[in-house]
Design a protein around this ligand. Structure first.
Ligand SMILES: O=C(O)C(=O)C[C@]1(C(=O)O)C=C[C@@H](O)C=C1
Length: 264
């Protein structure tokens, strides 16, 4: 309190803050009642996971996109991440498995920023262990840095293997508090592709190329193995034409397109 401020004004303003806090709390409880109804409709508890990555990506874009005022956008994003991730957990409990091959602290930040503290978090030494944990879970999520070592994505090949379902952060910007580019993995989910989604392909060449092919987005590569991101309009047929014959192609997931928040 500054000595210039009359006490009555401060008391009035605190009353306003109490009113707003009570309204926000009421709205959160009301949100919980809607989620209760969602549980019945989605029957997530039977099928495993309540996580709907496409819906979450579009919600995060809306929330961050409409934000203005003195509250930093990082806080708005992290508050809603915790709300959504926790309501997802309330619908069907899940654990987040993080690959700490690129460092424990950065992965913990990604997990806690995007999934909060109520959702259990387990660490694994590499992506293979994360994928193994998902295979033996009901609806758990895996977090693997895009730049994790080795051709880790090859373990996602095959219809029943886990798949990439999202890319974090949902909203990219300079100085994001949990900036490590990370894929979210789960057992295959039944969510149709949305227009604009990025499809991910594991391409295995007969031998490693001296240089990566131009004109294609290749988020990760190791020897003769490429993780290729097909953007809308790009096809596997065209990719096959750009790569040597004898290259194999396997779909390993998809994610919503990156949303880059312009600097204000
Ligand atoms: O929209 C849904 O399907 C929900 O379950 C609700 C909700 C949310 O809390 O807003 C929670 C989990 C999903 O990943 C997406 C959104």
């Amino acid at each position: 309190m500054t000595s210039m401020q009359p006490a009555a004004d401060l008391a009035d303003l605190r009353k306003e803050i109490d009113r707003i806090d009570a309204a926000m709390h009421r709205l959160l409880m009301e949100r919980g009642e809607i989620i209760d109804q969602l549980i019945a409709i989605k029957r997530s508890q039977a099928s495993g996971s309540a996580f709907r990555p496409g819906r979450e990506a579009s919600m995060m874009r809306e929330i961050v996109g409409r934000h203005h005022g003195i509250l930093p956008v990082d806080i708005v994003e992290s508050i809603w991440r915790v709300i959504i991730a926790t309501f997802t957990h309330v619908q069907a409990p899940y654990t987040v498995h993080g690959d700490i091959s690129l460092g424990n602290a950065a992965m913990r930040d990604v997990a806690r920023f995007h999934f909060g503290f109520v959702v259990p978090y387990e660490t694994h030494d590499d992506a293979g262990d994360v994928i193994h944990a998902l295979t033996h879970s009901r609806g758990d999520l895996g977090l693997v840095p895009v730049a994790a070592p080795g051709a880790w994505w090859r373990a996602l090949e095959g219809e029943t293997a886990p798949k990439i379902i999202a890319r974090l952060p949902f909203v990219e910007r300079a100085d994001h508090p949990a900036a490590l580019p990370t894929y979210v993995l789960s057992k295959p989910i039944d969510e149709p592709l949305s227009p604009g989604d990025v499809r991910l392909i594991s391409a295995v060449l007969p031998t490693a190329l001296p240089a990566l092919p131009q004109g294609w987005s290749i988020p990760a590569h190791a020897g003769a193995a490429l993780l290729v991101a097909l953007h809308p309009g790009q096809t596997i047929v065209a990719l096959a034409e750009a790569l040597p014959s004898g290259t194999s192609f396997e779909p390993i997931g998809s994610h919503a397109p990156a949303f880059v928040l312009p600097l204000k």
